[in-house]
Design a protein around this ligand. Structure first.
Ligand SMILES: NC(=O)C1=CN([C@@H]2O[C@H](COP(=O)(O)OP(=O)(O)OC[C@H]3O[C@@H](n4cnc5c(N)ncnc54)[C@H](OP(=O)(O)O)[C@@H]3O)[C@@H](O)[C@H]2O)C=CC1
Ligand SMILES: C[C@H]1O[C@H](OP(=O)(O)OP(=O)(O)OC[C@H]2O[C@@H](n3cnc4c(=O)[nH]c(N)nc43)[C@H](O)[C@@H]2O)[C@@H](O)[C@@H](O)C1=O
Length: 323
């Protein structure tokens, strides 16, 4: 289907759903830096995206030229495992309201954010976009993954049927400023920064990490992802689905040693094998987006160093995700 050209200019009205989150705030920063002057954001208190009527009224009032969906119920492996209802239902409600009301309001440019967990648990590595729906999902985050897959298909249906530029970006594990450092609900990288930092401050006490340390994960700095979103906003990508990552991964154990070194913690690392490892590996094949013209730029070492610096500067006001 030929995709209609959408002319996005610097004064186009761009709605960033979830603009206060780690990803949404990075996208807001990147768009502001690129000279966009008409950005719209609403907190979840101002606009609960689970409420279809509120979302309908928002679109009737704001009439954005483009929507970037960075709003979701997000969390690490334990939060996903322990709150299946919230991770499935809230994410379905949020994205379905945004996608459906944007379509009804005639918004012809929509960027949906999924995640690398949409791919089958044991798919060949690195993961290509065409491996979607070719096998069973990882049990711990199947709820979130099913919601994300539904979002991908909703955007694809509008692209196919109406020729509108609805595109889905699948980022790998993200980290950076404004991340969630709450130890119960966070992802591994911010959890390690906080655990090693606090253990060092307590006299280099042992740090207990989850699982065996043997799974492999890929990590992309959120500012690199934000550049990919701006790229997708300003270009009409050929396809509806793109992996966004660095194309390299490391073991959780190697990540721990890297963060232990950066935080200068000198104590022991203990592994709690009662906690789940999750997917053994989910390395993304990023050749499709690379061919379109986007490439990750921030190295893991440099990204962790700057994120640790941000953590130290914001340690008092760290946000906690209440589920
Ligand atoms: N973090 C990661 O490793 C990865 C994240 N992603 C995706 O990126 C996107 C953002 O993730 P991230 O920034 O990490 O998450 P955060 O938790 O940092 O931000 C999520 C945002 O969603 C908003 N939100 C949640 N529920 C509602 C609601 N009911 N109504 C309105 N707004 C709501 C929150 O708004 P408020 O702050 O106002 O409450 C918050 O700003 C998600 O789609 C996620 O799936 C994809 C891959 C990896
Ligand atoms: C982005 C991605 O993120 C999630 O999937 P995940 O990558 O498995 O999540 P994670 O970052 O929490 O764990 C990665 C690995 O790290 C190990 N690990 C060690 N010690 C800690 C620790 O202290 N905290 C956490 N959270 N993990 C730890 C942990 O046991 C696991 O082996 C889902 O949201 C999924 O839906 C998704 O989209």
């Amino acid at each position: 289907m030929e995709i209609n050209p959408i002319n996005i200019t610097k004064d186009s009205k761009i709605y960033i759903a979830g603009y206060r989150g780690m990803v949404g705030s990075a996208i807001w920063r990147a768009l502001s830096k690129a000279g966009y002057t008409n950005l719209v954001g609403k907190s979840s208190k101002e606009l609960d995206l689970r409420n279809q009527q509120s979302v309908k009224s928002f679109f009737a009032e704001e009439k954005p030229d483009a929507v970037i969906d960075a709003a979701a119920r997000v969390g690490g492996i334990l939060a996903n495992r322990d709150y299946p209802y919230q991770f499935l239902m809230e994410n379905l409600q949020i994205q379905n309201n945004l996608i459906d009301e944007a379509k009804k309001a005639g918004v012809e440019k929509f960027i949906f954010l999924g995640s690398s967990c949409i791919y089958p648990k044991l798919a060949p590595q690195p993961l290509k976009e065409e491996y979607l729906l070719t096998g069973p999902l990882e049990p711990t985050n199947q709820w979130y993954a099913i919601a994300k897959i539904a979002g991908i298909k909703a955007c694809e249906s509008i692209r196919e049927q109406y020729g509108w530029d609805y595109v889905s970006l699948m980022p790998t594990n993200l980290y950076g400023p404004n991340d969630n450092f709450d130890l119960k609900t966070s992802h591994v990288l911010p959890a390690m920064i906080r655990k090693f930092h606090e253990a060092k401050a307590a006299g280099h006490t042992p740090v207990t990490l989850w699982g065996t340390g043997s799974p492999l994960r890929e990590f992309l700095h959120v500012d690199d992802l934000a550049r990919a979103v701006v790229f997708a906003l300003e270009n009409r990508l050929e396809d509806h689905l793109y992996n966004i990552g660095t194309g390299t991964d490391l073991t959780i154990k190697a990540l721990a040693e890297m963060i232990q070194d950066i935080t200068q913690h000198k104590g022991e690392i203990l592994w709690d094998s009662d906690k789940p490892d999750g997917t053994p590996r989910k390395l993304l094949d990023v050749s499709k987006i690379n061919q379109q013209g986007w490439q990750a730029q921030i190295s893991l070492e440099e990204g962790i160093l700057s994120t640790y610096q941000w953590f130290l500067e914001h340690i008092e006001e760290l946000k906690e995700v209440k589920l």
